[in-house]
Design a protein around this ligand. Structure first.
Ligand SMILES: Cc1ncc(COP(=O)(O)O)c(C=O)c1O
Length: 385
């Protein structure tokens, strides 16, 4: 039995216990809420020209990815090759890595996965194209490529339409890879709180992507995929008739950051923690920087149990402690449990091995969080149905 499978078996002994039962800090997945978020986004996207290929970096779970596919998603997106290969090994047929995969071991893993399912990956460098093509030829597979173009985020992506066309021409000369279109992620728009400004910025970003798609069409390069979008822009970018698919992902759980930005979805992911100290208006929880993501926003305390203390210009969150301001007469005692909505879900999930799956406030299952173990997890596969 693998180490992961052994741990799952131990955790499964708590199935049937209340949601407050796991040893803390623990990651709780409220499945009915996640299902409603998935159905809600599928229904909203159905009215738009673009399809949905949800980003799985948020959950890293083949079961949740399958839920999204069952709701009509055209495939799954990941942020790295390990997430992709974990999902392909779990039987999900088509994965798009919306990121660069660089280095011989990771290129070989990409090529291995492409021999099992369809794998699509973003590139912005001719040498990287050659590396992936060589790995694919060695594995006897074909890796599909998207040219990533910078649309204003100034992260990865070729700079400018001409550079995109040059890279497309290079790809056309290589065996083992096949050009299938473009990616232009407008990540700089996601953080924009003013909706009108966000719309304007996203449209400007989309225009750069579309100009590249027009140039690909004129040069005879494939534009079967023209991909963009995230949770903050799904309805703006997804309304563009030239964009074929949107890579929103955070909608499945939402978090403190996204609740403010994109209302209408339910908090489906919480960190269960225990009060380990209480004095006056101070309650101390046993979660912290090593168990809850708070980049971009402060965690929200669920159930009205106070707020995370803000002191000396920062939130009082240490590695293994979160300090809450609570009312003097608040009933919280040492040993009580409190749930927090993470500030940012993806960096929270990455701390954990398992989800405690909750329905009607009871633990109904335990699911592994895959793709964070690197090559060591290859072959672990999905949990039993
Ligand atoms: C390339 C890419 N696509 C899409 C997303 C969308 O994710 P979210 O749903 O969290 O906005 C991200 C998030 O970082 C991303 O990096």
């Amino acid at each position: 039995m693998t180490e992961v499978a052994g741990r799952l078996d131990i955790a499964r002994r708590l199935i049937g216990e209340p949601r407050s039962a796991p040893p803390t800090p623990a990651l709780l997945l409220d499945l009915p809420r996640a299902r409603r978020n998935v159905a809600g986004m599928a229904a909203r996207m159905a009215g738009l020209p673009a399809a949905l290929r949800p980003h799985a970096k948020i959950h890293k779970s083949p079961v949740l990815a399958q839920l999204q596919l069952d709701a009509g998603a055209i495939g799954i997106t990941t942020a790295n090759v390990w997430e992709a290969s974990a999902l392909v090994d779990a039987g999900l047929g088509e994965i798009l890595v919306a990121n660069q995969v660089v280095g011989p071991i990771k290129a070989a893993e990409l090529a291995r996965a492409a021999a099992i399912g369809r794998v699509i990956v973003a590139v912005d460098d001719a040498g990287n194209v050659d590396e992936i093509a060589a790995a694919a030829r060695a594995a006897g597979s074909v890796v599909d490529l998207l040219v990533e173009i910078d649309v204003g985020l100034h992260r990865a992506g070729v700079r400018g339409v001409d550079a995109a066309v040059r890279l497309a021409a290079h790809i056309a000369t290589r065996e083992g890879v096949r050009l299938v279109g473009l990616l232009g992620y407008e990540g700089h728009c996601m953080l924009e709180p003013d909706r009108a400004v966000r719309i304007e910025k996203a449209r400007e970003a989309n225009a750069i992507l579309i100009a590249a798609a027009d140039a690909f069409d004129a040069a005879g390069h494939s534009t079967s995929i023209v991909a963009a979008g995230g949770f903050g822009t799904w309805d703006i970018t997804g309304a563009n008739p030239r964009v074929t698919e949107i890579h929103a992902g955070s909608y499945i759980f939402t978090d403190a950051f996204h609740t403010a930005l994109m209302p209408g979805f339910e908090v489906a992911l919480t960190v269960l923690s225990t009060v380990i100290s209480r004095s006056g208006t101070t309650a101390v929880l046993d979660c912290g920087r090593k168990s809850i993501g708070f980049d971009r926003a402060n965690p929200t305390v669920m159930g009205g149990h106070g707020n995370v203390r803000y002191e000396h210009g920062e939130y009082f969150i240490h590695e293994e402690h979160v300090v809450l301001d609570v009312a003097e007469d608040a009933p919280l005692r040492v040993g009580d449990t409190v749930e927090l909505s993470p500030g940012y879900a993806p960096t929270t999930v990455n701390h954990y091995d398992i989800y405690w799956v909750i329905e009607d406030d009871v633990i109904v299952d335990v699911w592994p969080i895959l793709g964070r173990y690197g090559a060591a997890t290859a072959g672990v596969g999905p949990p039993p149905a």
